[in-house]
Design a protein around this ligand. Structure first.
Ligand code: SAH
Length: 249
């Protein structure tokens, strides 16, 4: 049970598997006014940077669930490194349908909303683990500029223009689900560079170390084409943000 191996190759050196930067993750933690002892559940927790740094900085208690064995191992190591291994738990497993025994004050899915079959389904899933009055965090892309053609949308690795909304429409879509948007932290192009460009050096080094691997050709092809594709499409057209939501009474 794991994610496709290509991701554990290209993102093996990432602490954050999204265009949000350490600074902005800290900004988000401060913006949420987290109190010590706040329980945070994170579905698709990746290498655990959000939970571990918030445990260090705000004394939260965290549980993360992630399908990648490698990222989960990295998350546990990072928690030890930051001295918070007693406050955060990382579970290796499928988060689809995951509901916590104990209700969380904050329930998050940051950049993995396919886990609940899209934004609406993921909000529903997270709500099942959330205490009344708690906060849901959704990390999701939106169009910075609407792609003029379907070809441009595909250049962003979307299946269609309809995969994502413009920011105002994304915000109003939360309202249609009966949630108030109570905070947001948006990524910028420098953050996208940290997420995407960091893959290139990782790929190059992996290729040097694994020339005969069955995925070597695929990784070589990606390293060759990705910088230009990314600059032409994702960097220009795709925005990304984390949105904090509270159910309307
Ligand atoms: N929230 C993290 C990781 C985002 S990347 C961060 O911001 O850094 C998406 C993550 O979802 C990856 O770590 C991947 O392993 C995980 N994932 C994909 N499918 C999943 C599933 N069904 N259940 C749990 N995690 C999943």
């Amino acid at each position: 049970m794991d994610i496709p191996r290509i991701f554990t190759i290209t993102e093996s050196a990432h602490r954050i598997h999204n265009p949000i930067t350490p600074d902005k993750l800290a900004t988000l933690g401060a913006a949420l006014r987290l109190e010590p002892g706040t329980r945070v559940l994170d579905l698709g927790s990746g290498s655990g940077e959000m939970l571990s740094t918030w445990a260090r900085d705000h004394g939260i208690i965290g549980t993360g669930v992630d399908l990648s064995q490698l990222f989960t191992e990295h998350a546990r190591l990072r928690a030890e490194e930051l001295g918070v291994a007693d406050r955060v738990t990382f579970i290796h497993g499928d988060a689809a349908g995951y509901v916590s025994d104990e209700k969380a004050d904050v329930a998050a899915c940051v950049g993995a909303t396919w886990i609940g079959g899209g934004v609406a389904g993921t909000i529903e899933l997270l709500a099942r683990s959330l205490r009344a009055g708690g906060i849901i965090l959704i990390g999701e892309p939106y169009w910075r500029q609407l792609p003029p053609t379907e070809e441009v949308a595909k250049g962003c690795l979307a299946t269609s223009i309809f995969d994502f909304l413009m920011l105002p429409e994304l915000l109003s879509s939360f309202g249609h689900l009966d949630y108030d948007v109570v905070e947001m932290v948006l990524a910028d192009q420098d953050g996208w560079d940290r997420y995407e460009a960091a893959k290139w050096l990782t790929m190059r080094r992996w290729l040097e170390a694994n020339p005969d691997d069955e995925l070597a050709n695929e990784v070589r092809a990606q390293l060759t084409s990705e910088p230009e594709r990314y600059a032409a499409y994702t960097r220009e057209y795709l925005g990304w943000g984390v949105f904090a939501l509270m159910a309307r009474p």
